[in-house]
Design a protein around this ligand. Structure first.
Ligand code: SAH
Length: 253
């Protein structure tokens, strides 16, 4: 299925969020990853100017957000839900890794709407809320400090959703031509440069052909590593030619 359609089927559900700023941050996290369905279960304060400020360009997601009284209502019509929890709950589903859980979530999204369910900033998800979900995920963290900010946790999961929807290779906007790039130099052009360098280095006395050492192989390795472009070969050869003109003038004068 088209990756954008898959992403449009994922609801992000925030249970009892306390800080409107976090709701805005989640909206922004979602929009950057091509997701749009935000559900808010009993938000403490919403709508709120702080949410708009933190959403910046994603206010449209806040405007379309669905506010419900219970998690059950936010999941109406969905076929699968993954709980986000910083710790294992007694009765909840076994905790999995985000990448695996998101692969399952997207497979389910082929059938219908699915959800990522996040908890309150202070108390997380309740046991009852977790039991509405078919899978649970903990983002692996420093064991000493495992609780992410709500917006950050949402960003990690939304990123994983985008990666999975595009099979690991989402298009990057800046892809395409590198500014100022010229075509790759050919083998003979690089050889011409090395020959030119050798001549100049010999003329200046930097290189002694009778005792070549490792200088030329090292230079070859350097050029092999940088993958020279045509323009770059021309610039370097221009510089070399200019030193030859000077040494010849020097000799004449
Ligand atoms: N003190 C709470 C954490 C609240 S953070 C607790 O211990 O549960 C707010 C929400 O962000 C969490 O409910 C969870 O949905 C998400 N979150 C934060 N850190 C996370 C982590 N390491 N793994 C998965 N979800 C996390």
């Amino acid at each position: 299925m088209n990756p954008e359609v898959l992403l449009s089927r994922i609801r992000v559900v925030l249970c009892r969020p306390s800080h409107p700023g976090n709701i805005g941050a989640v909206a922004r996290a979602m929009k950057t990853m091509g997701m749009s369905q935000l559900y808010l279960v009993e938000p403490k304060q919403f709508p709120d100017p702080e949410a708009d400020t933190r959403a910046t360009g994603a206010v449209d997601i806040l405007e379309r957000a669905v506010v419900t009284a219970t998690l059950g209502e936010a999941l109406v019509g969905s076929v699968y839900a993954v709980a986000l929890s910083a710790r294992q709950r007694d009765l909840g589903p076994a905790i999995g890794q985000p990448r695996d859980a998101v692969a399952d979530l997207l497979a389910e999204a082929e059938q219908g709407e699915v959800a990522l369910v996040f908890g309150n900033e202070t108390v997380g998800l309740s046991n009852e809320e977790i039991l509405h979900c078919q899978a649970a995920v903990t983002i692996p963290t420093n064991p000493e400090f495992s609780s992410l900010n709500l917006g950050s946790a949402a960003q990690v999961l939304c990123y994983e959703c985008r990666m999975a929807a595009f099979a690991g290779k989402p298009p990057v906007r800046s892809q395409g031509a590198t500014p100022f790039a010229s075509p790759a130099a050919t083998h003979d052009e690089v050889e011409g440069l090395i020959g030119h360098l050798e001549a100049v280095m010999t003329a200046t006395g930097f290189f002694n052909p009778l005792q070549p050492g490792r200088l030329l192989p090292k230079l070859r390795r350097l050029f092999g590593r940088v993958r020279l472009e045509k323009d770059e070969v021309n610039i370097l050869r221009g510089i070399l030619a200019s030193t030859q003109v000077r040494t010849e003038h020097g000799r004449k004068g």
